[in-house]
Design a protein around this ligand. Sequence first.
Ligand code: HEM
Ligand code: HEM
Length: 221
Amino acid sequence: MVLDKTGNVLEPRLTLRSKVERLFSPVPKWVNWSYSFGGIAFLLFLLQLISGIYLTFFYIPTAQDAWKSISQIENTIFMGHFFRSLHRWSAFMLVIFVIAHAVRVFLFKAYREPRRGLWWIGEGLLILTLGFVITGYLLPWDVRAYWEVLSIRNSALNIPLLGQWINGYLLSSGLNDQIPVFRYFATHVVILPLLICVGLISHFALIRRLGVAPREGRKLK
Ligand code: HEM
Ligand code: HEM
């Protein structure tokens, strides 16, 4: 502790190093490799964000031009094929790691109080991730997307109340209408990213406050 001439305690100056140290909390000794799944999922999400923003510059969200623009991304745009592949592959890996992370949390019983809220926010993150995958698959507006829309629609119509709403969202007034593709695009690049950022910030804020839970039966050192 450093005192000034009158005996008041002087706060140590906040150097860049101490600021960085405050940002990262020490990792307990019992944390093993399986605790890295959440962090890997987050890194993959950042890759999605970067590659997705790049693709957004060239993708055209209309029924007529969507597939044409994807073909241009693949064949003529600089690094287009690379960023599209990156976006596809990291989407696939993201789903695997989010599920692996949820299974790890479940097996270690880390969903119990005081982390119940964290678990439910996680469930929300899982649904949003799947929402990204579903809307993303529709964006090329190719035969695969066309049949996927029809198949989701047919299944959804069996759900009372919600089914009509999903049908309206997916198709509006018909498959050749311009609105649906633009709507999937808006959901994919604006609504879902905003919602997932709110979810991730709350998830991380709670993890910082509560720390991670040790596996049941493990002694805390
Ligand atoms: C968790 C995050 C995300 C996931 C899981 C995801 C998933 C996907 C998938 C599966 C596709 C279809 C890929 C294909 O048919 O080859 C796609 C397409 C697309 N995504 Fe994402 N995405 C995510 C975030 C974003 C973000 C943040 C943006 C933009 C800000 C974005 C922009 C696009 C665009 C423009 C396309 C159409 C181009 C294409 O199909 O290659 N994505 N996304
Ligand atoms: C985009 C998706 C997600 C990201 C980026 C993410 C990220 C993280 C990170 C970095 C941690 C701390 C380290 C670790 O335990 O791996 C964590 C912990 C946690 N996550 Fe997630 N998570 C996601 C989805 C989920 C899901 C789907 C669930 C459950 C349904 C969940 C529930 C939890 C819980 C309960 C903890 C505390 C674990 C403990 O105390 O041991 N998260 N998350």
